[in-house]
Design a binder for this molecule. Sequence first.
Ligand code: B12
Length: 441
Amino acid sequence: MKKILLIQTLSMEGIDIERVYPIGLVTLASIIERSKKYDLSLYDMNMATDAYGDLKKKIEAIQPDLIGVSLRNVDPLGNRTNSLIVPFAITLNLLKTYAPDTPILAGGTAFSLFPKRLMEEFTQIQCGIVGEAEQNILPLLKNFDQPGNIPGVIYRKGDAVILNPPVASFKMAEYTVPNRELLPVKPYLEVNKYVESIGVEGKRGCSYRCAYCSYPLLSGTCMRTRNPVDVVDEIADLYHRSGVTRIHLTDSIVNFPVNHLDEICKELIKRQLPIRWSGFFRENLLTPDNARLYAESGCECFSLSPDGLTADALKILKKNLTIDDILHTAKVLSDVGIVTVYHFLVNTPAVSEKNVDEAKRLIDRIYNIHEGSKTIGTIVLNLIRIMPNTEIERIARERGLIDDSTDLLYPTYYNPKETNTLRYALEVYHNTKNILMWQEA
Ligand code: B12
């Protein structure tokens, strides 16, 4: 039987960063394993104390016939400028040193965002899958040297790199629940302070068209939902089998379609599962009733990404949301009494001095609303990471912030020079409020 080693490459800058169970890699592994045609091993470099040393040991012990590498993150975002392409490059070089004749297959979200660029840069990769891999992994393994026209596959033909466009058409009714016995979850339950390390998928795709976002590029513009009962079956199984009590619902937007999340929550309550969960919510769909339902079913943190701190920013980011929507949601969530974390983008294409005052006013109003219930976790202020094929990329080009010499593979933020210190003013402003609020508590 052909031996395949699947590797989750380094997804973070250091061991102090919150880790996530590699659900994508394990989903892929589950499909390969179900075919009973391959002998599989998995290795998550993020969980090793000596990631590169262990890589060598794995290769020596397994002697794989094929190596699959998953690249989840291209960089850590959050205004940082380190690139995760560096450890990825090191990993590929080591693989070619330890297993020079073993072909390498690549995939994962970050690979899917830059497939051609990465194939051209890293000639160690023989071929890859762009986007979802459920439908094409087995046909590809069967025709590895001549993938032909399998959708979503990128491969080499002579010196050329050929990409068969992905279709993001995988039906969630055919969803393969990740077989987490292939990579036990228990070690992941102890590693983080804040983030729920175990993810569960409720749906794929995103029908919103936020100007900076790459989610629709990754999994399509149509929300493809799983059966809510199946989602809860998976959560129940995680609880009973591995003692998982905290999960993150990985959906782009967890509460759209609203009924879908409502059904999941009702089922969680019906089964009395002691699960705490979180996800990213669409603000204007939250109501006192559904927010209470989510809280009752175990939601421990409402993560919001309204992004625009001003009306102008909301408009240019194509959020389809108003400042009043944000404030109304703040009130709803403060009344429900669950921690809320707000993510905003700063120095957007809409920014001006006038807008900074407007931004501070919004921050004031959010703090005022949450003050009594002390339910504001934090406000995260990030610059926009310019991703290829997004509206923001177009705007940045139009305004001369990037040009053909810009390599978007490496951290590139939308950050016009004239306003690049405004972020710090807003950070000082909000953090002072945050610290004062907790000291007064
Ligand atoms: C949910 C999520 C989170 C959750 C994770 C919670 C959890 N416990 O799982 C939270 C909020 C914690 C989070 C954190 C971060 N995230 Co995040 N996250 C996502 C999100 C929305 C879904 C990821 C997911 O689970 N998908 C479901 C799985 C099944 O799909 P998949 O991984 O794509 O796998 C499929 C394919 O890619 C393929 N595949 C995967 N591996 C391989 C390997 C091979 C060989 C092959 C052939 C195929 C293949 O097959 C799989 C099945 O179809 C994505 C955006 C998106 N829509 O994809 C961002 C995303 C992956 N995150 C991203 C980033 C950057 C981060 C953070 C660094 C942000 C930060 N500063 O905190 C951290 C890093 C955490 C870490 N240690 O890795 C970026 C990565 C791209 C980039 N810019 O680098 C994305 C794309 C979002 C974005 N902003 O563009 N994230």
